[in-house]
Design a protein around this ligand. Structure first.
Ligand SMILES: NC(=O)c1ccc[n+]([C@@H]2O[C@H](COP(=O)([O-])OP(=O)(O)OC[C@H]3O[C@@H](n4cnc5c(N)ncnc54)[C@H](OP(=O)(O)O)[C@@H]3O)[C@@H](O)[C@H]2O)c1
Length: 221
């Protein structure tokens, strides 16, 4: 299947949580890691999140640094990468920060037309799948749009589906010096979990940064 290179990027606590049990955003990264994430975003053709992250964190997913925006422009690219929200039933709020020029809402054939009519004014709608967004089909669509490098910025459920579908090439995770705890708090990869045949990883690098460690893993297919 023709698809972009897919990199999951995340920050988690030492106990593997990516947010609190209330799904409240927690600042896990320090400045060094945040700068790295900004660069990774600026070097991507598209960034992707699940609608759960939009509802919890309302991220804008844009390149904020004027220097990085210039870098993209000099390379003949748009100043921001495409921003893709995986949202089966078009639950993205009409005033979500992610919406606007360069936003793609990936929905299913079951998405209510009323919501689509409202959101179509603020983003491009792409239909893939019946009950849940068919991620493999979405990858093919994104590739056709020229996306070679896709950065996934969470959350836990989308990460699970992508890993389970064998659609992830790399995982970059900053492990921060804190404990969040809570059995209901999202982890790097949630979903129902694997019963066996666990996906294997190969460590690419490990760096000490911001009092924690940045791990880069290659997913073995
Ligand atoms: N620390 C970090 O780096 C970081 C980064 C991002 C997010 N977060 C945290 O992660 C939490 C959100 O994670 P989450 O698991 O609740 O939500 P999520 O992974 O962002 O979004 C999941 C939602 O996407 C939709 N979806 C549609 N098709 C899908 C598919 N094929 N596979 C998976 N999902 C699909 C589903 O909703 P529908 O069925 O309605 O479409 C699903 O509930 C927040 O607390 C946020 O703060 C942390």
């Amino acid at each position: 299947m023709e698809r972009p290179k897919v990199i999951i990027n995340s920050a988690m606590s030492a106990d593997g949580k990516i947010s609190s049990f209330e799904k409240r955003q927690v600042r896990i990264s320090g400045q060094g890691d945040m700068d790295r994430v900004k660069l990774l975003r600026a070097r991507s053709d598209a960034v992707m999140v699940g609608v759960g992250t939009v509802l919890s964190d309302d991220p804008g997913l844009r390149v904020k640094s004027s220097e990085l925006r210039r870098m993209r422009k000099d390379r003949g690219l748009s100043e921001d990468p495409l921003r893709v929200v995986v949202d089966s039933r078009a639950r993205t709020p009409p005033h979500a920060e992610v919406l606007g020029e360069g936003c793609i809402l990936a929905v299913t054939r079951e998405a209510p037309e009323g919501r689509l009519a409202m959101l179509r004014k603020k983003c491009e709608i792409v239909v893939a799948g019946e009950e849940r967004v068919d991620l493999a089909e979405l990858m093919t669509i994104l590739k056709k749009k020229g996306v070679e490098r896709l950065m996934v910025e969470g959350g836990a459920t989308l990460n699970w589906s992508l890993v389970e579908a064998g659609l992830v090439d790399e995982i970059s995770v900053f492990v921060g010096p804190m404990i969040i705890g809570g059995e209901g708090a999202p982890t790097l990869v949630d979903g129902p979990g694997f019963g066996g045949d666990f996906p294997r990883l190969e460590l690419i690098s490990a760096h000490l940064i911001d009092g924690g460690v940045l791990l880069r893993w290659r997913v073995l297919h």
